[in-house]
Write a protein that binds this ligand. Sequence first.
Ligand SMILES: [Zn+2]
Ligand SMILES: [Zn+2]
Length: 231
Amino acid sequence: MPVFDFHTHTSISDGHASPLDMARRCQQNGYAAYVCSDHVDESSVEARVPEIVAACARVGAELGLDAIPAVEVTRVAPERVARVAARARSLGARLVVVHGETLGDFPQPGLNLAATACPDVDILAHPGLLTAREAEQARERGIHLEISAAGLHGLTNGHVAKVALELGAPLVLDSDAHRPESLLSAERAAQLLAGSGLAQELVERVSGRAPWVILARRGIELSSLRAPAEG
Ligand SMILES: [Zn+2]
Ligand SMILES: [Zn+2]
């Protein structure tokens, strides 16, 4: 099964490798596409999104791997998340991830609710102590809730999976890699989802179906792969 991962960082923000080096490792690990989702906030969005777009074009040209420009809206006050997300999209980000209320970071109350209310958002990353109301809002908007492969952000994976499943909100697994060694493999992805308490059929749905729903929602097609048939 191809690997999907909508949340990775590069030296454009606080990652430790260039987009090309990250994408090369993605290719080796069997990724379906490379998604570059560096951090942006109100002051960095204008400069960074064009950099991300250019880096993805270069990855596509040099490696022949589909490369999707994205952002992770990070450290933006809840009431301003929608504005930064919309700006990132208008500058060329095709997917928008929002840095959620992880236990691995300083608290930003209200952020999960603001992000799951925003039509420009695709994924709420590491949502920490996700509430039923947030999960319900994510389901209504079609926003995917993230199971995180990254250190402290993953502390609440079991909780996020449980609440999302109870409320019928969609889940996705991401690496949040800041270096090539932290990117996913198919085997690692399956282990992390099983470790979050998901039964085998749900592991397959989250790694095999959810990524195609995320892409289709924004009209993104891959050059060499197509969504598996329903059923
Ligand atoms: Zn984050
Ligand atoms: Zn991140």
